[in-house]
Design a protein. Structure first.
Length: 95
């Protein structure tokens, strides 16, 4: 497994009302993990069916990563600290 990118993103939490939480993300060639401090809070597999797209209608700089069939956490909605940061993450995920 190869680490492709690591850094902080703000992601939308799963409960309603939604809370936005900063997490440390690590992107690998086959998955993306996210942490609160040193505690892993989640992971999503990346497959040929995974997609990443802008979600600026939700939040400025936001993008959405979806892996069909990944269960409860088949979609992550997140944004970077700047437009450039979000674009770098999107490019890294797209490979």
């Amino acid at each position: 497994m190869t680490e492709l990118k690591k850094g902080n993103l703000t992601k939308r939490g799963g409960g309603f009302p939604y809370k936005w939480q900063e997490r440390t993300f690590t992107l690998y060639d086959t998955k993306i993990d996210y942490f609160a401090g040193s505690v892993q809070k989640g992971s999503m597999s990346l497959t040929a069916s995974s997609t990443v797209a802008s979600a600026e209608e939700e939040k400025p700089r936001a993008f959405q990563l979806t892996t069909p069939g990944a269960g409860d956490k088949d979609t992550l909605l997140m944004f970077g600290s700047s437009d450039n940061d979000s674009k770098e993450w999107i490019a890294a995920i797209q490979g």
